[in-house]
Design a protein around this ligand. Structure first.
Ligand code: AMP
Ligand code: ZN
Length: 472
């Protein structure tokens, strides 16, 4: 499997630290509101990656955090805590807010057939792990205390900006601190590991620590949760591209300082979903969520197909017109599958080259649109219908578009129609036979019985009339 690695900006082979096992970490949602379909593009493509790796034959150990504390409204460690702000808005406690939107997030994921990672950990459940990591960073001289907070000292690193794509715009987040400067920081790129003092003193959740009552910085949670659950070597770290800086840059700084060796080999970033205005936010006043798509009558899986049609490393522009195109592509595809016969056994040997093509598309930097082309080509090929159905089911382990299910639902009314037409035809023949019998036209009556028998219809004459059933 080759994936673009943001460290080098090149396509690189994923070589797991432990052969056969991929350790994969995903930055989870900050649960202060509903996820928008942009956020979900990231989780959806990460889901495809996990499933593609499993399809290749890897065991995938995957962990994800839930950010329920410490993510401030500015990525530069300033502003209010997003959770606290959300809780005030909704007159809930922070933990109630977190519980509500965590559930909402997984409900949306389920509608998009995004598998829940095996390990899902809320940040508030790991405070002692964060304290342990911050203590170790202080001991090793990578952190310092100032003005009540603990900061990571980025001047201790040989390289702080590690990603190959860091441009002036990304780096401006650090520079912006010139405007809203934190006097405690020794270097403008230093970041908070533990807060006891912030401009917003009314933080609802605080914990005892060696540095006083306080709460963790945002970045520390992903480093600590990843090391705790996936070990010292991570193979793939995922997230939306906005997280590359400062969040992932800071994760790398503190994890490698803590571990004393390189930490994660491969950084998988999904480019943003945007709309015509350039930023996914609101649609006529309503946030673009899965629920909004449903309210407008869209099957969420059509949004999944829409995402799969594009490469994760390219920005994707959303519009309802382009979603309509995905709807019609989904309908055409499932109609084609619905037309496949269901009898016979698949020829597994003949299916293999298609499986190889499908794998090759995914191994080529998770080229999902190329993988979809393999699906279309396979359906057009001279493979048997049984082979095609087998492969659709097989490919859907990665695509998760519920292709057979949707096809069968499509075929259902058609089957019912055929059944009711047949019933009407049989009934008409039975009536014709009754008339023939009444007229003592035994030859016609017998001929009709034979005609029905040829259709596997068995008749039973009763005092109430003639009953029928299908043989077998
Ligand atoms: P958050 O809940 O803000 O922590 O974001 C959750 C995930 O969504 C992160 O991986 C972000 O990088 C990602 N994300 C945010 N906005 C977008 C977008 N417009 N398109 C794709 N991913 C996004
Ligand atoms: Zn993270």
């Amino acid at each position: 499997m080759q994936l673009t690695n943001t460290l080098t900006m090149k396509k690189e082979e994923v070589i797991p630290h432990q052969p056969g096992i991929i350790k994969m970490y995903t930055c989870g949602p900050t649960v202060y509101g509903y996820a928008h379909i942009g956020n979900l593009r990231s989780y959806l493509m990460e889901d495809v990656l996990e499933k593609a790796l499993r399809y290749e034959g890897y065991q995938v150990d995957r962990a994800m955090n839930i950010t329920d504390v410490g993510h401030l409204t500015s990525d530069a460690d300033t502003g209010e805590d997003k959770m606290l702000k959300g809780a005030k808005r909704e007159h809930k406690s922070v933990l109630e807010l977190a519980a509500f939107y965590t559930e909402a997030f997984f409900a949306d994921c389920q509608k998009l057939n995004i598998r829940r990672p095996d390990i899902v950990v809320p940040a508030t459940g790991c405070i002692s792990d964060f304290i342990e990591m911050v203590s170790a960073l202080l001991e090793k001289g990578f952190a310092y205390q100032a003005g009540g907070n603990v900061y990571f000292d980025t001047s201790r690193l040989e390289t702080y900006y590690v990603f190959g794509n860091q441009n002036a715009e990304d780096l401006a987040v650090g520079v912006r601190e010139g405007v809203e400067s934190d006097e405690n920081k020794r270097n403008k790129t230093d970041f908070v590991l533990w807060f006891t003092k912030s401009k917003f003193e009314d933080q609802e959740l605080k914990w005892e620590s060696p540095w006083g009552l306080g709460y963790p910085g945002w970045h520390i949670e992903c480093s600590a949760i990843s090391v705790k659950h996936l070990g010292e070597y991570l193979d793939i770290h995922c997230g939306g591209i906005d997280n590359a800086f400062p969040h992932h840059t800071n994760e790398i700084a503190q994890s490698e300082a803590y571990l004393g060796h390189p930490w994660c080999a491969h950084w998988f970033h999904i480019l943003h979903l945007t709309d015509a205005s350039g930023k996914i936010s609101k649609s006529k006043g309503a946030k673009l969520t899965v629920s909004l798509l449903e309210e407008k009558g869209y099957d969420p899986l059509c949004y999944r197909l829409f995402c799969l049609q594009s490469h994760y490393r390219k920005p994707l522009v959303f519009s309802f017109e382009s979603l309509d195109n995905a709807v019609s592509a989904y309908q055409k595809l499932t109609a084609r599958i619905a037309a496949l016969g269901k009898d016979g056994e698949p020829d597994l040997e003949a299916a293999k080259p298609w499986q190889e093509k499908f794998k090759a598309a995914l191994a080529n930097d998770l080229n999902t649109s190329q993988a979809l082309t393999v699906v279309y080509d396979m359906l057009k090929s001279d493979l048997s219908d049984a082979g095609k159905r087998f492969l659709i089911l097989d490919f859907d382990q990665v695509l998760s578009l519920d292709l057979l299910g949707a096809a069968d639902r499509l075929a259902q009314p058609a089957r019912e129609e055929v059944a009711s037409e047949l019933a009407a035809e049989i009934q008409a023949l039975i009536e014709k036979r009754a008339e023939a019998k009444k007229a003592r036209d035994w030859a016609t009556a017998d001929a009709i019985r034979d005609e029905l028998a040829a259709k596997h219809v068995v008749l039973k004459d009763t005092p109430q009339g003639t009953e029928w059933r299908l043989e077998g």
